[in-house]
Design a protein around this ligand. Structure first.
Ligand code: HPA
Length: 274
C-alpha cells in the first residue's frame, strides 16, 4: 500500500466525482447495496475499472461505485466491499475510504451483516455500531504513515460520530424501526467463530460479530472522516442458536430485511441534508 497505489485508482474517477465533493460516502456490505435503489445515477463504475480495487470475490457484494443525488446531497457509494480474508492485503479493503477522502467527502456510512452475540437482538434487527473491538490485532495503519491519515498514533476514543449516530436514531424514529446499539467485534474470517470464541467476545463486551467494517472505520477515523456504522443482524452467533451458519443464510436474511434497510438509508440521508 503506497500513495501511488491510491493515486492510480483516484485517477480513474472522473472530475464529476470531485466537483462538488460528495456530501456523504457509503460502503455497503453483504446484501445492503440493493437497499439503495438508484435508477439514474450520475455515474456507475464497476470496480474492475478502478485499478487496485478489483471485483469482490464474495457472493452478495455487488462491486460497483455509484455517484448520485438524493435529498439535495451528492452521494458516493461503494456497493460491495473487499475483505481482509480475500488475501489481497489491506489496499483494496481500505481503498474506498481513501478514495472518498481524496474526493473531499466529510461523512461516511459503513454497513455490514453481523451475527448477534447478545440475546437481546434477533435476526432482522439493525444495530448502530457505537464502538468496536478489533479481535484480529492487526491494523491497516501498520506500515509507513500515509499522507492524509493523521498522526502515527491516532486517538480512537470516539470512532463513530455521535452526530451521525443521532441522525440514525432520528431515521429509525421516522421509519418506525427499532434500532439496537452496540459494540461490533471484528474477526478475520472467513471461518465463522467457535462457540468458545463467542463466549469470550461476549465477556469482552461485544454485542455483534462480523468480518469487516473495522479496517475501514480505523482508517476513516485516522483520516478525520465523520463515520457511522450500521449492522444488519442476520443470525445469532455460533453457539447461541443451533449450528448451520452459512453465507447463504446471511444473504437470505439481508434480503428479508431489505425494505427496512432501504427506508432507513433514505431517512438517514434526508436528516443529513437538513
Ligand atoms: N460471524 C461473522 N460474520 C458474520 C456473521 C457471524 O455470525 N454473520 C454475518 N456475518
Amino acid at each position: 500500500m503506497t500513495p501511488d497505489f491510491f493515486e492510480t485508482a483516484a485517477a480513474a474517477l472522473p472530475d464529476l466525482c470531485r466537483e462538488p465533493p460528495p456530501d456523504c460516502g457509503m460502503i455497503l456490505g453483504s446484501g445492503w447495496s440493493k437497499a439503495l435503489a438508484v435508477d439514474t445515477p450520475l455515474l456507475r463504475l464497476p470496480y474492475s475499472e478502478i485499478p487496485g480495487l478489483g471485483a469482490s470475490t464474495v457472493v452478495g457484494h455487488a462491486g460497483e461505485f455509484l455517484l448520485f443525488d438524493r435529498h439535495g446531497l451528492r452521494i458516493a457509494a461503494f456497493m460491495g466491499r473487499r475483505h481482509w480474508y480475500e488475501g489481497a492485503g489491506w489496499g483494496p479493503v481500505v481503498m474506498p475510504v481513501e478514495l472518498l477522502r481524496r474526493l473531499g467527502t466529510r461523512n461516511l456510512l459503513i454497513t455490514n451483516a453481523a451475527g448477534s452475540i447478545t440475546p437481546s437482538f434477533t435476526p432482522g434487527d439493525l444495530m448502530i455500531i457505537r464502538d468496536h473491538i478489533n479481535t484480529v490485532g492487526i491494523s491497516p495503519l501498520i506500515g509507513p504513515v500515509m499522507p492524509g491519515w493523521g498522526p502515527r498514533f491516532p486517538d480512537q476514543s470516539q470512532i463513530y460520530s455521535p452526530a451521525l449516530i443521532d441522525l440514525l436514531r432520528k431515521a429509525a424514529h421516522d421509519t418506525g424501526a427499532t434500532l439496537g446499539e452496540g459494540v461490533y467485534a471484528f474477526t478475520s474470517g472467513p471461518v465463522y467463530e467457535t462457540p468458545a470464541e463467542i463466549r469470550a467476545y461476549a465477556g469482552m463486551g461485544a454485542d455483534a460479530v462480523g468480518m469487516s467494517t473495522v479496517p475501514e472505520a480505523t482508517v476513516a477515523n485516522a483520516a478525520g472522516l465523520r463515520t457511522a456504522g450500521l449492522s444488519c443482524i442476520t443470525n445469532m452467533a455460533a453457539g447461541i442458536s443451533g449450528p448451520n451458519l452459512s453465507h447463504e443464510g446471511v444473504i437470505e436474511q439481508t434480503r428479508k430485511t431489505l425494505p427496512l434497510m432501504a427506508a432507513l438509508l433514505d431517512a438517514f440521508l434526508m436528516h443529513l441534508a437538513q
